[in-house]
Design a protein around this ligand. Sequence first.
Ligand code: GDP
Ligand code: CO
Length: 398
Amino acid sequence: MRIESSRYTERFGAIQLHDVQKVLELDSGRAKEGTPQEALAVLKIDEDTIKDHEERMAIVIPTKNEKLKLFEGVIAGVPHECLKIVVSNSERRKFDRFRMERDALAQYCRFTQRRALIVHQKDPRLGEALRAAGYPELLDDQGLVRDGKAEGMIVGMLLAKMIGKDYVGFIDADNYFPGSVWEYVRCYAAGFSLAETPYAMVRVLWRYKPKMSVHGLYFKKWGRVSQVTNRVMNTLLSHKMGFDTEIIKTGNAGEHAMTLKLAEILPYASGFAIEPQELLSLFEGYGGVLPAADPEVAQRGIEIFQIESRNPHLHEEKGVEHIHEMLLAGLGALYHSPLCEAETRELILEELQDQGALPAGEEPPKPQLYPPFAKADIKAFRRALEPHLDEHMIWPNK
Ligand code: GDP
Ligand code: CO
């Protein structure tokens, strides 16, 4: 893979925020090829380096009632070396969609000699294991994991840690193109290969998001939600730095990955606020404005990469209400951040009202925050899940 070098890096306390790096070539050939003089503007990341990082990566696929055909395509797109972890909150009563997902995954793994793990978010044994691990915050009063994409992602990260992976990446299950999935994971691997700290994050920016218009297919660059979220987040940062910045281009990136070392020290927001909150938690904890959340981490530094894919992004369109829900959740997180001052708050209310997502005079909701999962006793989690693992783990020849 060939990508642009990072030409500009914004520094915010202990955080290095790299500007967008475009993918120039999906496959850059063998390791031995490549000329030394290109090293300045363009980086070549050879296949072995990509594979070395993919081997250490778990890919978490959160899913809830997505079309099985899309789910199958997504699992086919995840590179062979990664361990797939599916966390499903799909229907089990009228139709057992979870069973269909499990069967599809098992069949796929059998034919491709791959390993995977699949759990249902509402499995009571998962709830018990979380309690045993001392991480009951994720549970409702019945002892089951709460609904929500974020909650599924946290379960996935805990499983990745339990298995001993170094990196965890996320891929939505409603992606239409297996080739995009494949590229996103390569972007994660490329980002990690460039990181100089154990605390790194890679966020994918899609080149285009195709939309149907009256004139046919239109390749749009920016989605509505991401445009607004990025603008507000940049305003917030600009105020804190005293210089205007437009560095944030992936405030809402669902397709992103982290080193497990970084993943386990972040507080997470519930539901759809999780992605913007990850950045906010970093700015709050390590931006140098508030006291450092962990001085050792601050000392090692944190790197955030934003990599622009070649493949366009096409996923299920879930309607205007879903857009409002995403906007409210993300901007709600920003609004209630201790870093957010009056001017940015005003801007948030204006944006939400403009989009018709919030009536005048109301405030966006404050997201619920889950504590970092570093505190969870991962051995106790494993011990509690171990007797059931056979049912959840799909290994080849099984
Ligand atoms: P968007 O792509 O950000 O607009 O949001 P989506 O509605 O497509 O959700 C992103 C991913 O999260 C999809 O794969 C959904 O199926 C999945 N998802 C949504 N809600 C839940 C949930 O409650 N639990 C889990 N495990 N996944 C969910
Ligand atoms: Co989607």
